[in-house]
Ligand binder design. Structure first.
Ligand code: WTA
Length: 657
């Protein structure tokens, strides 16, 4: 199995295989924690005895318009129906119910713009903004089941529009604002939205990045036209507005009523879709439902992060990713927590920005990605020492394997050795955290610890047989869970094929992992052709499709290579078209490489980082003519581990010129 694992960062896999350190919870953490070790043991026992009763109890902590007939209807598996027969709306639990509770005047959302301006909204204020927006959308003809594409960075309006769409039963599809016009066009074509919500421009790394022009470009490319584009006014940039179709956010919100009816939804009705990369050349829309997603996210948020009434929760993920959906927006709001969002670059205007935010706002839980930790580590302890980080009580990471060294650095210098650091494993498709320690767990740096209660994980070989302790294998999930993907938008067949066909009846995650003698799981990386760049998934097939549209490219193959900061970046092997082949001398070749790198970025967006281009005469193929990426990978990783030549200032969002 291990030969299928590729190193995910500068020696991360190697260090994960030899790591031995153990960190025990401090007595004060155990005393402060809502879930103590005996509770956790009991929860596991309950879930093992009756998994569905465990989830039913979790569901009962939320409000429903109508109770379910069955907790789980498996009759049309793998199209599982959680809380079948129930009626609800996630927004009722995230907002409406707080208005009649002591949370009414508590801060729901704190937002900080990159230039330093801020906005704070109480639950009551957020509720009113969402209602106004819901009324505006309804007035524009958006109804239950219609799609609304939200192409915005992390702004209050992003949260408001997501909740407003969900409130009226529309399906939101947030497209990360770092994606290109072309990537947006692809998603628009697939989702066929009635409305797009975007912004004139926003701040990132000291620059103003215009977004509205990309929407115009995408709409020109896409074979689908929208009824309206709503534009949030954020900067001084002038953008062109089509008087027939384009509307300003402040105009559509003007004079709308502060009250709006929350649509009563079937628990199984779609809440949102989020495009994610797999092994195909186009991203697929992962669909999540109101009921199951609501239960899974609420339960994991309150349990794993041991929700305290006084918390200020900062998940650094962009709202445009699943982490943002589940643990910036829905999880914290359903729990009545104050959630913090930041618009800009984490190192702007200096490497102390993250710590300054923690100090100024009194952040108590910080949930982030290993890429950011690796970036911040480069600056040593200077900045962590300059700021008062004493409000922190809990740290978390997600999205990619964390090397034990980065884990220990974060734990020691940010958590000061007193904050538990939870490495949480999950995916866009799982919707919720699946494997993670609790704050009271014994922690092993680099391990995601054990599956949560009622989450049934196994590690299997090619034939689907459990592998022995210590051996690597495919990470599968043996039983359905509430926040699970319900299907791929308009593509039930691929949903079945991609996740449920490899090991009959089990969900195949596409990851490689091993389990140690304590039952702790160590995730080593992807088994398939997905590259994890700064924790963001992009398929090699997407890179190849983008490269193939360049006029110089005859054929190409793309693999992931280790990168010290981003974890991985892409490496492209390219055969050029004949007539150009002979013309190229050394420096012109490097110009071609640069052109190809820029081309991919323009096609896919700024997170699609090609770290190296290797121009070849031919690509290795097997007898049936398939390109052998494994050969290219084996040849490359031997020589390039530790290569840092592709470092850029913004691993999440390499700004485009
Ligand atoms: C990877 C992000 C190691 C994994 C929530 C998974 C991780 C993919 C971890 C999903 C972790 C996520 N340790 N790897 N703690 N968490 N991954 O859909 O390869 O953007 O399959 O969801 O990230 O990425 P996605």
């Amino acid at each position: 199995m291990t030969d299928k694992t590729r190193p995910t960062s500068n020696g991360t896999v190697e260090s994960l295989l030899t790591e031995q350190r153990v960190f025990r919870p401090l007595p004060r953490v155990i005393a402060d924690s809502a879930v103590n070790p005996a509770d956790l043991k009991l929860a596991h026992e309950k879930a093992d005895t009756n998994r569905l009763a465990y989830w039913e109890e979790a569901a009962e902590r939320l409000q429903w318009y109508r109770r379910w007939n069955t907790v789980l209807d498996e009759s049309s598996a793998p199209f599982y129906k959680w809380f079948e027969g129930a009626r609800c709306n996630i927004v009722h639990n995230a907002l409406d119910r707080h208005i009649t509770s002591p949370n009414r005047n508590k801060l729901a959302l704190i937002w900080e713009g990159e230039p330093g301006n801020t906005r704070r909204l109480t639950y009551f204020e957020l509720y009113r903004e969402v209602n106004k927006c819901a009324n505006a959308l309804r007035e524009l003809g958006v109804a239950k089941g219609d799609r609304v594409v939200i192409y915005l960075p992390s702004l209050p309006e992003t949260v408001i529009s997501m909740l407003a769409a969900a409130k009226i039963g529309a399906i939101h599809s947030v497209v990360f604002a770092g994606f290109s016009a072309h990537a947006l066009a692809e998603r628009i074509e697939d989702a066929k939205p009635k409305i797009i919500i975007t912004v004139d421009a926003f701040y990132r790394n000291g620059r103003v990045l215009a977004l509205k022009p990309l929407v115009d470009e995408a709409l020109e490319q896409a074979e689908h036209s929208v009824e309206h584009t709503i534009v949030v006014h954020r900067t001084h940039v002038t953008v062109s507005m089509n008087p027939e179709k384009d509307l300003w956010w402040h105009d559509v919100m003007r004079e709308k009523s502060y009250e709006a009816i929350t649509e009563s939804m079937e628990a199984t009705d779609p809440l949102f879709m989020l495009y994610t990369s797999g092994t195909t050349d186009k991203p697929k829309g992962v669909v999540h439902s109101h009921g199951g997603y609501m239960v899974g996210v609420h339960h994991t948020f309150t349990q794993v992060f041991d929700n305290h009434a006084t918390d200020i929760f900062w998940c650094t993920a962009d709202v445009g990713w699943i982490t943002g959906h589940s643990y910036v927006v829905y999880g914290p709001l359903m729990a009545g927590t104050t959630t913090f969002i930041y618009e800009g670059h984490p190192l702007y205007p200096e490497a102390g920005r993250v710590w300054s935010v923690v100090e100024r706002w009194g952040i108590s839980v910080l949930y982030t990605v290993p890429t950011l930790i690796r970036m911040l580590m480069r600056f040593g302890e200077k900045y962590t020492q300059q700021h008062d980080l004493s409000t922190l009580r809990l740290l978390g990471t997600v999205g990619e394997p964390i090397s034990p060294d980065a884990w220990v650095w974060f734990h020691k210098n940010v958590g000061k050795g007193r904050c538990p650091l939870l490495d949480t494993w999950w995916q866009t498709e799982t919707g919720m955290i699946m494997i993670s320690p609790y704050p009271i767990s014994v922690l092993k740096p680099g391990s995601v610890a054990r599956p949560l209660p009622a989450v049934d994980v196994d590690i299997v070989d090619d034939t689907g047989t459990s592998v022995p302790t210590g051996k690597g294998g495919y990470l599968v999930i043996k039983n359905p869970w509430p926040a699970m993907i319900t299907t791929l938008f308009n593509d039930d067949e691929t949903y079945k094929e991609m996740y449920w066909s490899r090991f009959a009846g089990q969900y195949c995650s596409g990851d490689i992992a091993r389990r140690d003698e304590d039952g702790y799981i160590w995730v080593q990386g992807r088994a398939d052709d997905v590259i994890m760049i700064a924790g963001h998934r992009i398929g090699t097939a997407e890179f190849e499709a983008a490269l193939a549209t360049h006029p110089l490219v005859a054929e190409c193959a793309v693999i992931g290579i280790p990168n010290a900061i981003r974890g991985e970046v892409a490496k492209a092997f390219v055969v050029l078209k004949e007539q150009t082949d002979t013309l190229y001398f050394m420096d012109e070749e490097s110009e071609t490489e640069q052109q190809l790198i820029e081309h991919v970025r323009a096609e896919l967006g700024s997170i699609a980082v090609v770290g190296a281009v290797d121009i070849r005469d031919a690509l290795p193929r097997n007898r049936s003519g398939k390109i052998m990426r494994r050969l290219l990978r084996a040849e490359t990783t031997g020589s390039e581990i530790g290569d840092t030549s592709t470092l850029e200032e913004d691993p999440f969002w390499a700004t485009t010129d």
